[in-house]
Design a binder for this molecule. Structure first.
Ligand code: FRU
Length: 514
């Protein structure tokens, strides 16, 4: 049975879709079908296709009572929207179906676990959330004792998710002492080799310090608390949102999105940030021992990561290519707000998280333009190097026998009025993104910097432009800087600048998704 709220959302989608068909959009990044998008949810491979759900408010381009949108893809680049999957339509989730994840059950159904939000008004008139973890299932309605149940249909045919009769499956009674019940959300599920299901959820202590809670279940329906997997101890912001936890290259990786961060050197910036903690995990005692931490992305618009494992064994990350602190930077005329970053392939190398653009992107490359050993000082333009859907690889070094150059800059989305740039100062080993002149009329953050490995003036950049975003992969994925830009698409110039003598190799492709 589909609730009236979900029916309303789906009818609205059908009515709006043809009316907004010509809206400007990215070509291969998933953008909100309509209205508002935030976190990726339920990122999974199910019945031969990738599924991506997301935090969604179809009726307005501002955040509202959260629904789950639903899209499917064969290659994580070409997406097709299915009808909205979840609406806030039960007592326990009437104020929102917040973030969560997906697993496939042994009987073939897809199980979604999400945070139900019930906002209660206190005697003093203030509001407080009760956040609990809830389940929805593709196929048929399961009963608490979970009788065998045949999915309605397979693959992309699965569009309806029924909320579990015994929801919520985790509530405040399942929390350890000292855990706050108002901030308890974003369950990320997985199944271990012995068949046990696990889930990590974001939480904070009563004194506002973030932590990740680990729960386990024999069947993905009946859950119990295991341990506090990681604690902030005052280091990374306050509440920790959107945790993810997985093995990678002999290590275990914990990803979190902390709120209210303080800056630290070039590593962490103020506000909502992303943190990767690399360590080792004892699966018997459920002890995670931290070894290193780093920001996941050093740009401006990036938050709420979630990963999946592909059938060929790759750990792929996706994230909301926005940030709560910069949501005012947008085009007010568009019927959609919010896009996902390009999916990234993860690995761990020398104790660092390495991120590379999804290899499926290579299939979109068209019209190669290549220059080798171009030495320049000052301004440079190169024939054939322009565009707003571009895959651009640059290899820089100081000109042989010359002293180190002082600065390199790449300017793009450029015309006589506008430009966005990425620059590099080798003496400081600092890479900076700057979208101040991209057309923004908002007094918000437009620049960010990160410190990269000192390679004596050598620098490798892979830059992906997709109409309204830029993702800069530095030194083979050691750092990534991501930002949105809403510059008119007619500004498609690309130029280079050097203060000193730079020698550069350039390979450029047009990216075509059609
Ligand atoms: C992160 C977040 C989550 C929450 C969702 C609500 O961006 O705040 O913690 O589940 O967004 O939309």
């Amino acid at each position: 049975m589909i609730s009236q709220s979900l029916r309303d959302a789906r009818r609205f989608e059908e009515e709006m879709e043809p009316k907004i068909a010509d809206a400007p959009r990215p070509a291969f990044h998933l953008s909100a079908r309509m209205g508002w998008m935030n976190d990726p949810n339920g990122f999974s491979y199910y019945n031969g296709e990738y599924h991506l759900f997301y935090q969604y408010y179809p009726f307005h381009t501002e955040w509202g009572p959260m629904h789950w949108a639903h899209a499917v893809s064969k290659d994580l680049l070409h997406w097709r929207h299915l009808p909205a999957a979840l609406a806030p339509d039960m007592d326990y989730d009437r104020d929102g179906c917040f973030s969560g994840s997906a697993v496939t059950l042994p009987d073939g159904r897809q199980l979604l676990m999400y945070t139900g939000v019930d906002r209660q008004t206190l005697p003093d008139g203030s509001a407080q959330d009760i956040q609990t973890q809830c389940i929805a299932l593709s196929g048929c309605v399961p009963q608490p004792e979970m009788p065998a149940c045949v999915p309605q249909s397979g693959g992309a045919g699965v569009t309806d998710y029924e909320k579990y009769a015994e929801n919520p499956v985790l509530d405040q009674n399942d929390l350890p002492p000292g855990a706050n019940k108002n901030d308890f959300r974003d369950p990320k599920l997985w199944q271990a080799e012995d068949g046990t299901y696990y889930c990590v959820a974001g939480n904070r202590t009563e004194d506002r310090d973030g932590q990740v809670l680990l729960f386990q279940s024999p069947d993905a329906f009946h859950w119990e608390f295991v341990t506090v997997l990681a604690k902030n101890n005052g280091r990374f912001g306050r509440m920790w949102e959107c945790p993810d936890f997985f093995p990678l290259d002999g290590k275990h990786v914990l990803l979190i999105s902390p709120q209210d961060m303080l800056p630290k050197d070039f590593e962490y910036h103020n506000g909502n940030g992303t943190v990767c903690i690399i360590g080792s995990y004892d699966e018997q005692t459920h002890t995670f021992t931290e070894e290193a931490n780093q920001a996941i992305d050093y740009g401006i618009d990036f938050y709420a990561t979630q990963t999946l494992l592909t059938p060929d064994g790759r750990r792929i990350l996706i994230a909301w290519m926005q940030n709560w602190d910069t949501c005012n930077f947008r085009s007010i005329d568009w019927p959609w707000f919010g896009q996902m970053c390009l999916p990234r392939e993860l690995s761990v190398r020398d104790g660092r998280l390495i991120q590379q653009p999804l290899r499926e992107l290579l299939a979109l490359r068209k019209d190669e333009v290549r220059y080798e050993n171009v030495t320049f000082t000052d301004l440079l333009r190169l024939d054939g190097i322009e565009g707003r859907r571009v895959d651009l690889t640059l290899s820089l070094k100081p000109k042989d026998g010359e002293e180190l150059y002082r600065k390199f800059a790449l300017r793009f989305a450029q015309d006589d009025t506008y430009q966005t740039s990425v620059s590099f100062r080798p003496y400081e080993s600092v890479v900076k993104i700057d979208r101040k002149f991209s057309g923004s009329r908002r007094a918000i953050i437009h620049q960010r910097r990160c410190k990269v490995r000192n390679r004596e003036g050598r620098l490798d950049l892979r830059i992906i432009l997709d109409h309204f975003s830029v993702e800069i992969f530095v030194n083979d994925g050691e750092h990534v800087l991501t930002a949105t830009l809403y510059t008119d698409l007619s500004a498609k110039g690309i130029s280079f600048f050097a203060d000193g003598k730079v020698t550069m190799d350039v390979v450029k492709y047009e990216l075509r998704a059609e």
